[in-house]
Design a protein. Structure first.
Length: 113
C-alpha cells in the first residue's frame, strides 16, 4: 500500500534514531499484530482520502523519546473539528491499550487546537 509506505518513511525520517536501518523499521511496522503498536490507519471522509495515522512507541524507557511518535499526514490541512475528532480517536485507542505516552501526545495536540 503506497500510503503505508509514505507513513513509514515519514516517521522514519522524522523521528527514528538513525541507528535503526529503514528496512528493519519497516519490518517492525508491517509485522505488528492487532492491538499492538505500531497501528496504522488510512483516514477518509465521505470516501475521500484525507491522510494517515501511524501510532508508534516502545515501552522501554531507554529508547530515545522521539521513538514515541504520532504521525498524521495532512493533519495541518484538515478543518479544526475533523482534526480534533482524529485526535480524540487516537486518544481513545491509546487509553484502551494503556499507551500512555501516545495518549498524552494526543491530548497535548488537542489543547493546542
Amino acid at each position: 500500500m503506497k500510503n503505508e509506505d509514505n507513513a513509514i518513511q515519514y516517521v522514519y525520517a522524522s523521528a527514528v534514531p538513525q541507528k535503526i536501518p529503514l528496512d528493519i523499521f519497516k519490518e517492525i511496522v508491517q509485522s505488528s499484530k492487532e492491538n499492538c503498536l505500531p497501528e496504522f490507519y488510512v483516514i477518509s471522509e465521505q470516501g475521500k482520502y484525507i491522510g494517515y495515522i501511524l501510532l508508534l512507541a516502545d515501552k522501554k524507557e531507554d529508547i530515545p523519546k522521539p521513538f514515541t511518535f504520532l504521525a498524521c499526514h495532512n493533519g495541518d490541512t484538515l478543518p479544526k473539528e475533523t482534526h480534533k475528532k482524529i485526535l480524540e480517536f487516537i486518544g481513545k485507542r491509546c487509553r484502551v491499550n494503556n499507551w500512555n505516552k501516545l495518549a498524552w501526545l494526543a491530548e497535548q495536540e488537542i489543547q493546542q487546537l
